[in-house]
Design a protein around this ligand. Sequence first.
Ligand SMILES: NC(=O)c1ccc[n+]([C@@H]2O[C@H](COP(=O)([O-])OP(=O)(O)OC[C@H]3O[C@@H](n4cnc5c(N)ncnc54)[C@H](O)[C@@H]3O)[C@@H](O)[C@H]2O)c1
Length: 361
Amino acid sequence: MENLVNPKTLEYLYKGKRVFITGHTGFKGSWLSEWLLLLGATVKGYALPPATHPNHYTILDLSGKMDSVMADIRDKSRLEEALLEFQPDYIFHLAAQPLVRRSYAIPAETFDVNVTGTANLLESLIKLPKKCAVIVVTTDKVYENLEQDVLYKETDQLGGFDPYSTSKACTELVVQSFRRAFFSPETYALHGKTIGAARAGNVIGGGDYSEDRLVPDIIRALEKNEVLKLRYPNSIRPWQHVLEPLGGYLLWAGKLYEEGTDYSGAINFGPIASDHLTVSQVVDTAIRILGKGSWQHDDAVSKPHESGILKLDIQKAQQVLKWNPKWNATQAIQQTLEWYATDPLQQANITRSQILNYMQP
Ligand SMILES: NC(=O)c1ccc[n+]([C@@H]2O[C@H](COP(=O)([O-])OP(=O)(O)OC[C@H]3O[C@@H](n4cnc5c(N)ncnc54)[C@H](O)[C@@H]3O)[C@@H](O)[C@H]2O)c1
């Protein structure tokens, strides 16, 4: 299937460009930073210091390869100073409190970081005196979940149950407000700003060490020779390798930069329909590939609500961006396990080789 995520297209879009990434110390942000550096972009990041040890940011030695500001997204003046000083052509906004379970422990802080943090970024953008394309990364969880076997489309109602999901739905309203109030398509010739809200599914890949995420939990259980406990083995999610949505963000931002506001709005990034798998299917595939490991249903732990079924319709990304998933779920799991099985001294190399392989047409 046609896919414009290839070296020729991406180098044309990013070589020599200035790219500002919030959340560059995190899982997705570190992959995106490395990818953009490989494409020849000048990259600056803004985020808190890495929250885990080890972490992909340090493994990749990103502090030595890009300008990095370690500060809070809620510090508006610091953020504005960092952004305006850099004068970016592109912005990818990934900084967030991204964990559903943690959002039950710190609900107000989750709203503050995710919603006010986005407003701070977009307010700073008003003062940027040049053309700039912005991707605000939200999530597949922004939809009002009907707990039915449907594929959510970009036009479906926003909602959310847990504070994380709702905070990201609010983030989308903030984006819409700034788009209408400050960056209107009618006045594009004056301001030059376009903003897209990217809704991606559950991503997996090397270098994720977060709490409460499936792949890090699998790796931790295997290292300790423990039986993996699954809270929701039957929950269905749109699983993908991290490079899939990142490739979509790169392509979309490029289109916004080159072609202007017609392509702003929201776009889903997820797998093909048959790769919407249950948590236990993902774990069983990992166990089969590894030839070891086991899991059991953990019904003893108190469990805050999480949706049971979540599937995405990706036709808009396919049609508008000529973006298509390249790796199926099994390949994504294989690539991920291969990364964690690699000698720590070689993990930066495997990140780079996976990016280069992924880009091949
Ligand atoms: N990982 C997934 O499966 C997934 C799925 C859909 C959407 N997302 C979204 O993608 C983005 C990145 O997620 P991730 O998986 O890389 O998470 P992560 O936890 O690995 O990274 C989060 C990043 O945000 C930064 N950050 C957090 N609070 C901050 C604050 N107050 N000020 C400044 N920076 C702050 C962290 O320093 C880090 O760089 C998030 O917006 C998340 O909601 C992730």
